[in-house]
Design a protein around this ligand. Structure first.
Ligand code: CTP
Ligand code: MG
Length: 245
């Protein structure tokens, strides 16, 4: 069985979230912190052998204190982040065990993940070396100037919006990050593309949203109970949170 490490970048500043007192991964979403929802379904997989969360270095103590109860039940390593997402992921990648074959990077700000979507992208990574979930863009896309005038319509043919978890062979990711220089990629696939690796696309779900703004958070609250459920065992446990079954 191929083995996986999971990296959960949570070291951003939540600047677009617009609440200077609270960062989005640490807020409660319907009774459970966003970061806990983002990571817990990875922890329940037998092939996930290492999990790392990346935090702002000046908030590690706060995090250990605030989430002591959650952490007691989870085998999660804490890593100090960097100024950009790429640096944060790179710091964690350096701590991934050498015997691990694949690395999955999943935004701490994507709490609406379900087991089946994780399984699909893990399977595709095993088959192709690297895979990410993405959704075809359905809107008409405009390039807009700073003074908010349309410059052009970008043909949406072949345009997909990338999501996480982004999964790749550990050796491919290490190579891609080693050649990064100070290029600020916004996802791992972009670095793999630059090193000539082919990344497979798995059609994802628009429900796997990333919380960027307060509106996204409200949307996530509305959607959390509307996620696809695993039917078979649901009937046996009518009161359980069926995402765990
Ligand atoms: N992230 C990180 N380290 C950084 C920047 C981002 O680990 N230096 C993480 C964020 O915590 C988040 C994920 O990468 O889970 C996706 O980034 P984004 O949605 O942009 O979050 P922030 O950078 O925190 O938000 P903003 O860009 O609005 O400041
Ligand atoms: Mg950001």
């Amino acid at each position: 069985m191929p083995t996986f490490a999971v990296i959960l970048p949570a070291a951003g500043s939540s600047s677009r979230f617009g609440d200077p007192r609270r960062k989005k991964p640490f807020i409660e979403l319907k009774g459970r912190p966003v970061w806990v929802r983002a990571v817990e379904l990875f922890l329940s997989r037998d092939d996930v052998v290492q999990t790392l969360i990346v935090l702002p270095s000046d908030e590690i103590e706060f995090f250990r204190e605030k989430f002591r109860a959650n952490l007691a039940f989870m085998n999660v390593e804490i890593v100090a982040g960097g100024a950009s997402r790429a640096e944060s992921v790179q710091n964690a990648l350096a701590r991934v065990r050498a015997d691990v074959e694949f690395v999955a990077v999943h935004d701490a700000a994507r709490p609406l993940i379900v087991k089946a979507w994780i399984a699909d992208v893990f399977d595709a990574a095993i088959a192709h070396g690297a895979a990410i979930p993405a959704v075809p863009i359905s809107s008409t896309v405009k390039r807009v100037s700073r003074d908010k005038r349309i410059e052009e319509t970008v043909p949406r043919e072949g345009l997909w919006a990338a999501q996480t978890p982004q999964v790749a062979r550990r050796d491919w990711l290490l190579e891609a990050f080693a050649k990064r220089g100070d290029f600020q990629a916004t996802d791992e696939a972009q670095l793999l593309e630059r090193t000539g690796r082919s990344v497979a696309i798995v059609e994802g779900s628009p429900l796997n949203l990333k919380i960027t703004t307060r509106e996204d958070f409200r949307m996530a609250e509305a959607l959390v109970d509307a996620l696809p459920r695993e039917k078979t065992l649901g009937a046996l446990h009518p009161f359980a949170d069926e995402r765990f079954l």
